[in-house]
Design a binder for this molecule. Structure first.
Ligand code: PEP
Ligand code: MN
Length: 350
């Protein structure tokens, strides 16, 4: 039987089955798939996705010379995060929200305050976001704070204020969901679930958003390796939710005295090679200080990120959270001019 790349294939891989993937030359794919089916179909499970064929319990030496000749590439080393891998899904994932198209050649700008502080304030910030050409409004209503005595967020009231501000200005909402019980409430108000760095390996939460059909923006954990991030996305995908984007927001290293985290600029091209999910750069949480946000944003764009998420505030000294890294509206506008210039420069040399 011939099946499409799907859950049964991923289960086989998970059980440790030996899988060979043959990437067929485009012009020979149809005929070669037919031949492989004849040749292996009675004894082995065969799965197909466009010009890719996965066959269980075979290796390259089992292929006839004609089959080998039709192959552009033969892969026997299959990663554990199968649904995240380009091996099984070479095309870029494109996520569509009411006001944005995220991934592929699109560039998505997301901005807003760290926390939703009041209905008036989030509307004022939404206006700045809109005027700069961004399409997604950020703001935390549930805040994961290092100290339990720090501002914890406005909760449902914050979600309502965020939704209203975004709707008035035709923007999408991204906001953090901190635990499983909050998923239905946050789902009712957001367009994109944000999973924070501290929750990247909260597997129950990942499973819970994986059961929804709303896009998920997964932030890389402070000490998470690339494979940790990809396996975290796999928890979401295993639930059937494939609308996932990954955020590089800086990691902990031996020297985070002058920057809050170390922005891993190399991770964008690495992730884009390994996975089809969009990669968003968060220069704010990486920098930790306003003066370093724009340079990191430029680096993120230059390295090929599919978008940026940036924290802004009109009165950073009195921000409820993360004021030290907020861009004021005029600074944000200048950042956008500069990042647009980098994007244009990249397009002109492509
Ligand atoms: C945030 O986006 O405000 C936030 C708390 O981010 P992170 O989870 O990356 O620390
Ligand atoms: Mn923040």
């Amino acid at each position: 039987i011939l099946r499409l790349f799907s859950q049964p294939l991923f289960e086989l891989i998970n059980k440790g089955a030996f899988i060979m993937i043959i990437v067929l030359k485009n012009d020979q794919a149809t005929a070669a798939i037919e031949e492989l089916k004849q040749y292996f179909g009675s004894q082995h499970e065969i799965f197909v996705h466009n010009n890719r064929v996965a066959i269980q319990n075979t290796d390259p030496s089992d292929l006839t010379p004609a089959e080998q000749a039709a192959a552009q590439e033969i892969i026997t080393d299959v990663p554990s995060a199968v649904q995240a891998s380009r091996l099984f899904h070479p095309e870029d994932t494109i996520i569509k929200t009411p006001h944005s198209t995220i991934g592929g050649k699109n560039f998505t700008l997301m901005a807003g305050p760290c926390s939703v502080e009041s209905a008036e304030h989030i509307l004022k910030m939404a206006q700045v976001v809109k005027n700069a050409g961004a399409t997604v409004l950020r703001g935390g209503a549930f805040k994961p704070r290092t100290s339990p005595y720090s501002f914890q967020g406005l909760g449902k009231e914050g979600l309502i204020a965020l939704r209203n501000a975004a709707d008035r200005l035709e923007l999408d909402v991204v906001t953090e969901v901190m635990d499983v019980e909050q998923v239905p409430l946050v789902e009712a108000y957001t367009d994109i679930f944000q999973i924070g760095a501290r929750n990247m390996q909260n597997f129950s939460l990942l499973k819970a958003v994986g059961k929804t059909r709303k896009p998920v923006m997964l932030k890389r954990g402070m000490s998470a390796t690339v494979d940790d991030v990809l396996n975290a996305t796999e928890y979401i995908a295993a639930g059937g939710n494939h609308q996932i984007m990954i955020v590089e927001r800086g990691i902990r290293t031996f020297d985070n005295k002058y920057t809050r985290n170390t922005f891993d600029v190399g991770v964008s091209p690495v992730l884009q090679k390994l996975t089809h999910y969009p990669v968003i750069a968060d220069p704010s949480h990486a920098a930790g200080h306003t003066e370093f946000v724009t340079p990191l944003a430029l680096a993120g764009v230059a390295a090929g990120a599919n978008g940026l998420i940036v924290e802004i505030h009109d009165d950073p000294a009195h921000a409820f959270s993360d004021g030290a890294q907020a861009l004021k509206p005029n600074e944000f506008n200048e950042m956008v001019v500069k990042t647009n210039a980098v994007r244009q420069a990249l397009q002109s040399i492509e």
